[in-house]
Write a protein that binds this ligand. Sequence first.
Ligand SMILES: [Zn+2]
Ligand SMILES: [Zn+2]
Length: 187
Amino acid sequence: MRSITTFDLQYAHRFYKFQGEAQYLHGHTGKLTIEVEDIIEPGVNMVYPCNEIQKVAWSLLKNFDHALILREDDPLLPAILETYEKQGIKNGAPSNKMKGEAFKTQWATAYPDCRLVVTKETMTVEGMIKIVYDLLKDKLNIAKITFTSGVNAASQEYKPVGTVDRCPLCGVALVNGICPKCGYRKH
Ligand SMILES: [Zn+2]
Ligand SMILES: [Zn+2]
């Protein structure tokens, strides 16, 4: 069975050097759906509480919301950073509060202080799925990721690694046999 959670992400990007309108900077509300698969944990009668999937994923995905996403070789990148620097917002601003955890993976680096994500490849819907899976694969038993943005949509299925021990009281994954939320211990 699967527990399914959807997120909205508002971002600006462009397809650098793409022969089409998308080579110009533009924005979207993207919809990301993450499907977590496992056997049902009988204590809570759930695969995984969706609000907990939200919490785990959003701590990192926040980086893509109200953010600019540019490929590492895009000449807009130094131009934007220079402008942010001059304006004094490159290293943060008092109003920039909803910040995600900074991260660096093989596909992307997040700079929460200036709401920027720098990607290795063009951030298409396919590219975003690769980025998200890589960020969350060790935290959630992901069976499928779907991403839609404007008229573009893509999805990828994954083979979950098997079952994860979850707390019978709150449904979250146990860490070394202990629930990080309520302290329940597996005997
Ligand atoms: Zn686009
Ligand atoms: Zn618990």
